[in-house]
Each structure stands twice: as structure tokens, then as C-alpha cells.
Ligand binder design. Structure first.
Ligand code: ATP
Length: 573
């Protein structure tokens, strides 16, 4: 919970004002039974209407003050809680943005989503409730005991004995519930995970008619959440009957001792009524305690989950050197790599050199390590051993921005954002002009299609580009990479959905960018457009050369070629 204090401190004035106003409300509440005692003993019993009216008027006035204090308190409580929530969300978001892929593997996306929404919402509610009513509850309980002692200490001893014991039990319940609520939040993660996967793969689910299976998965996750929440709430709910039992016991004891003491004259009727009034108010405050237990236990769990993310160290640090303008010469020197959670190497002793401006095709069976090899260049991962260099300088010495802004990366799965085509292109270069956009769309062989759309560049792209074909998405992704005028272009199977002629035109248009181009591909038609080809197999670079060289030197390359074009080689021989 230290996390909440650290953030709340910024709004200390609002917090102080809210707490002060709580004390005003509390003061009025605590003084009222005293006034009631006075009215009974000095007004009603003594049949003095003047006393009743005077003190009754004072009670009414104080109630109005408490009412105003309550309203203003809400304003300050909302200000402090909403702003703290905003700050936490912002910092959490910023921290997630710095995450490396290794960090991401630590926290599934669905869990990060729950943390940044639901968990922060819990913390926000807790701060609001704390400033509004929660603090009042313990203060009211403590204040009532003190005031009861002040009214009649012998009768109040009943409370001195019972209340601390009751609070100790409630705190134990709160601790247990805190642990259980953490498990509840993990179940919320699971539900989010299923929903997220479901919605992103809705087309697949429909085409495979897997709706009943997916509904089953959702049902199980949701039911698991329901059961865990019910089990947790059961423990919390014990607190309410417990409070009523103990406090009603206190009232019985006060009435019992009070009646005998009134007869001996040691206690007045007003004092008995006042103490019972304090007990009733304490019962109200303690019932809020059961709500406090729920909110605090949840908040404790949420605060830990948020802290876990905020406290996660970036495992990949960026260095401070600004990269020079690259020529685009690339060297992999004896590079080996394995993913953080796996021991087996997916790349082993990769060694090659690409001259600036060259166009290289990377060919290899699925899972042979092509994408992994790409990811080392913009430092999405760091090589385990060996060195990846651009223009003879290790990529690990540059700032992310200066390195990545010179690399155009088109990932295997074309990922577009909700917004217009224009906005998606500006995602690549913020201040791109209309003519720049037209140029890159033309080079990516998609301009004619865009121009025919009723809204042209302003055409809205649905979430993840649902309203575009696979090939259209690929070409807009390529245009987005080209608009940055990259020095190095990485195409990860980005032309797989294009027909041979369109692809040929696209590759032709790329020559004017004079950038070094590495293209992962499964298609021979693409490799034949390259200056050289790297052939990967099970993480090893097994052959390197031009198309003609590899046809004679590499049996695997020849086999792939023949599998695509037949032994004669068709038109491409
Ligand atoms: N994020 C990851 N975490 C762990 N292992 C991974 C990860 N990504 C890929 N791998 C593993 O690394 C190996 C190489 O994968 P990679 O994606 O580099 O192959 P690829 O040649 O690009 O395959 P494809 O042609 O199918 O895209 C595979 O065995 C794969 O299972």
C-alpha cells in the first residue's frame, strides 16, 4: 500500500482538506449523543422546554455543518482519487512501453490489461472511500469509546473489553481476504485472456466452427472467477453478523448494568441512552468495516499487482550514443541466440556480411530462425553471443530511437491500427505530406486500390485492418515502413500474399530507396529478385550465394526450387 501513499502525496492539500472535513463530520456525530443526554436529563426529565429547544436548535445547526462538510469532502476525495488513478495509469502505461519482449513474457497481455484498468480502478475507489468514509469508521469507533468513557466510565468498560477483540478478529479476516482477492484478480486475468483471444480470432473461430468450444472455455474461466469470488466473499461476510452479535451483546450488557445502576443513582437515564446511542453509531461504523475489509483487501491485491509491473526492471537497457546516418552495411559476427524462457539456441554461429544497398533474400523452412535473426537488428532482442553490427558498429551501443528510426520493419503479420489509411501512414512518419503518402502507396503497389475507395486516403481501417484483404494490409504496412525512408528495410514474409507480377513491380520500385533490404521469404520468385540469398536450416546458416550459385552448390536450395517450379524450372529457369 506504500504505492498509494507515494502517489497520493502529490495531492496532499486535497487529502488534508478531505480529512479535515471528515473530522468536522465526525466531531458533530460524536457530540450528538452528549447533547441528547443533556436534553433528556436537563430538559425532558426536568420538564424545561427552553433547554430542549436551545439544545435541539444547536443539534440542528451542527447537523447542517456536517452536511456541508460531507459534500465538500466528496469533491476533494474525488479530486485526489481520480488524479492519483490517472497518474498511476500513466506511469504503468509508460513502464509497459519500455518493456522488452522478455518482460512481456513475464506478464501476459490480458493481465497487463486488467492491471491498467480494473486494478487501478480498485485503487481509485479505495482512495475515494478512504477519504470519504473509511477513515471516519475507525475514528468514530475510537471516538465513541472515548466519549462513552467520558459519559460514564463504568458502563463504558463493556466497550473497552469487547471492541479491541472484535477489531483484532476483523483484521485477521482482512488479511486472509487480501490473499484470496489476489487469486480473484488472477481469475479476472484469465477471463480477459479468453475474451481477448476470442475477439481477435473471431474469423478463425467462425470458419472452424469452434464457437461451442470457445464458449466452453469462456464459461469455465467465468465460472472459476465466480466460484473464487464467492468463496472469498463468504469469509468477508462472516464479519457482519459477528459485528452485530458483539455490539448487540454490548447493548444488552449496558441495559443490564444501567438499569441496576439507575436504581442506585450511580447512572442517569440520559447517560444510559447516550452510551447506547454511541454503541449504535459504532455498530454502523463497524459495519462499514466489513466493506472496508473488502475494498482494502482488493486494493492490497491490486496495489501489489500494479507494483509488480512498475517495479519490473527493463532487462534490456538502451545506450546513450546517437547512431550516425547509416549507410546500411550489416554484419552478423558469430551470432547465437536463444529466447529468454528457452535453453535451446534458435540461432547458432550465424556469420554473414551484407553490403550497403544490397538486397538479400532469407530462405529457410518454417521455424528455422529467420524472424529471430531479423529481430536482433532493431534490438527487439539482444544476441546471446556474437555481435550484430551496422556499418561496423554494434547495434547495442545506440539509443533505441536513433537505431530504430533508420530501420523499416514490416512484420510477418501485417498490423494496422484503427483509423484512416492516412493516420496509419503517419504512424510511420508523423509529418508525412500527402504527396509522400501517394508516392509510398504507389511504390507499395496499393495506390490504385486506395484511390478507388470513396474516401481515398481517409478511408477508415477497422480494428487490426479487418476490412482489408491480407495482401492490401501487407502493402499498406510496407508503405508505412517506406515513408520513413529507412536505411535498412526488413520484410518478414511481407509479400507472401502478392501475386508474382505485383511482387516483381513492388521489388522494382524499392530500388529507388537505395536501402539495404533483407527479405524473409518462402517463395523462389522473391529469392530470384535478390542480389544474394541466405539459406537457413535449424538455426544455422547453411548456404549463401546468388540464385545461380546456390542452384549448383546447395542441394536443399535446388530441392526447394524444384518443389516450386518443377525440375525444368518453368518460366524461371
Ligand atoms: N517469442 C518466442 N519465444 C520462444 N520461442 C520462440 C519465440 N519465437 C519463436 N520461437 C521459436 O524459435 C524458433 C525460430 O522461430 P522463428 O520465428 O525465428 O522461425 P522462422 O524461420 O521465422 O519461422 P516462420 O517461417 O514460420 O516464420 C522456433 O522454434 C520457434 O518456436
Amino acid at each position: 500500500m506504500r504505492l498509494i501513499w507515494n502517489y497520493l502525496i502529490k495531492y496532499r492539500l486535497a487529502v488534508a482538506a478531505a480529512l479535515f472535513l471528515t473530522l468536522v463530520e465526525l466531531g458533530v456525530e460524536l457530540i450528538q449523543p452528549l447533547l441528547i443526554a443533556k436534553i433528556i436529563d436537563e430538559g425532558i426529565m426536568a420538564e424545561d422546554t427552553g433547554v430542549v429547544l436551545t439544545w435541539g436548535g444547536i443539534m440542528l445547526f451542527l447537523s447542517l455543518i456536517a452536511f456541508a462538510a460531507g459534500i465538500i469532502n466528496s469533491f476533494y476525495a474525488a479530486h485526489a482519487s481520480q488524479n492519483t488513478g490517472f497518474d498511476l495509469r500513466t506511469d504503468l502505461y509508460k513502464r509497459i512501453q519500455t518493456f522488452s519482449f522478455k518482460n512481456f513474457q513475464q506478464f501476459p497481455t490480458s493481465s497487463l490489461l486488467t492491471r491498467i484498468t480494473n486494478d487501478i480502478q480498485q485503487l481509485q475507489n479505495t482512495i475515494f472511500m478512504s477519504l470519504r468514509i473509511m477513515l471516519r469508521a475507525p475514528l468514530l469507533v475510537a471516538g465513541s469509546v472515548i466519549m462513552a468513557l467520558f459519559v460514564n466510565w463504568q458502563l463504558a468498560m463493556v466497550l473497552v473489553a469487547a471492541v479491541p477483540l472484535l477489531i483484532a478478529v476483523l483484521l485477521i479476516i482482512m488479511r486472509t481476504a487480501g490473499r484470496l482477492f489476489k487469486q480473484v484478480q488472477a481469475r479476472v486475468d484469465k477471463v480477459n485472456n479468453v475474451v481477448q483471444e476470442n475477439l481477435t480470432a473471431i474469423r478463425l473461430i467462425k470458419s472452424f466452427t469452434r464457437r461451442p468450444y470457445e464458449s466452453g472455455r469462456f464459461h469455465d474461466a467465468s465460472e472459476d472467477l465466480q466460484h473464487k469470488t464467492v468463496r472469498t466473499m463468504r469469509i468477508v461476510e462472516v464479519s457482519m453478523p459477528l459485528i452485530l452479535l458483539v455490539m448487540n451483546g454490548c447493548i444488552m450488557a449496558v441495559l443490564w448494568f444501567g438499569t441496576t445502576s439507575i436504581n442506585t443513582g450511580a447512572v442517569t437515564v440520559g447517560e444510559v441512552v447516550a452510551i447506547i446511542n454511541y454503541i449504535t453509531r459504532m455498530t454502523g461504523a463497524l459495519s462499514i468495516f466489513s466493506m472496508i475489509i473488502i475494498i482494502f483487501s482488493r486494493a492490497k491485491a491490486s496495489a501489489e499487482r500494479v507494483s509488480d509491473v512498475l517495479g519490473t526492471e527493463e532487462d534490456m537497457k538502451q545506450e546513450t550514443a546517437e547512431a550516425p546516418l547509416f549507410r546500411g552495411d550489416i554484419t552478423y559476427e558469430n551470432v547465437s541466440f536463444h529466447y529468454p524462457q528457452k535453453k535451446e539456441k534458435v540461432l547458432e554461429n550465424i556469420d554473414f556480411h551484407v553490403r550497403a544497398g544490397e538486397r538479400i533474400a532469407i530462405l529457410g523452412a518454417t521455424g528455422s530462425g529467420k524472424t529471430s535473426m531479423f529481430q536482433l537488428l532493431p534490438r527487439l532482442y539482444d544476441a546471446g553471443s556474437g555481435s550484430v553490427k551496422i556499418d561496423g558498429l554494434s547495434v547495442e551501443q545506440f539509443t533505441w530511437k536513433s537505431l530504430r528510426s533508420q530501420i523499416g520493419y514490416v512484420p510477418q503479420e501485417a498490423m494496422l491500427f484503427t483509423g484512416s489509411i492516412k493516420e496509419n501512414l503517419r504512424w510511420g512518419k508523423e509529418k508525412a505530406s500527402k504527396s509522400e503518402m501517394i508516392d509510398v502507396l504507389r511504390d507499395a503497389q496499393i495506390y490504385d486500390t486506395v484511390a478507388e475507395l470513396p474516401d481515398g486516403l481517409d478511408t477508415r481501417i477497422g480494428q487490426r485492418g479487418v476490412n482489408l484483404s491480407g495482401g492490401q494490409k501487407q502493402r499498406i504496412s510496407i508503405a508505412r515502413a517506406l515513408i520513413r525512408r529507412p536505411r535498412i528495410l526488413l520484410l518478414d514474409d511481407s509479400t507472401s500474399a502478392l501475386d508474382v507480377k505485383t511482387e516483381k513491380r513492388l521489388l522494382q520500385a524499392l530500388t529507388k530507396y537505395r536501402c539495404t533490404t533483407l527479405m524473409i521469404t518462402q517463395k523462389m520468385s522473391t529469392t530470384m529478385e535478390a542480389d544474394r540469398i541466405l539459406l537457413l536450416d535449424e538455426g544455422k546458416l547453411i548456404a549463401e550465394g546468388t540464385h545461380e550459385e546456390l542452384l549448383t552448390s546447395s542441394p536443399l536450395y535446388k530441392a526447394i526450387y524444384e518443389s516450386q517450379f518443377g525440375e525444368e524450372g518453368g518460366d524461371y529457369a
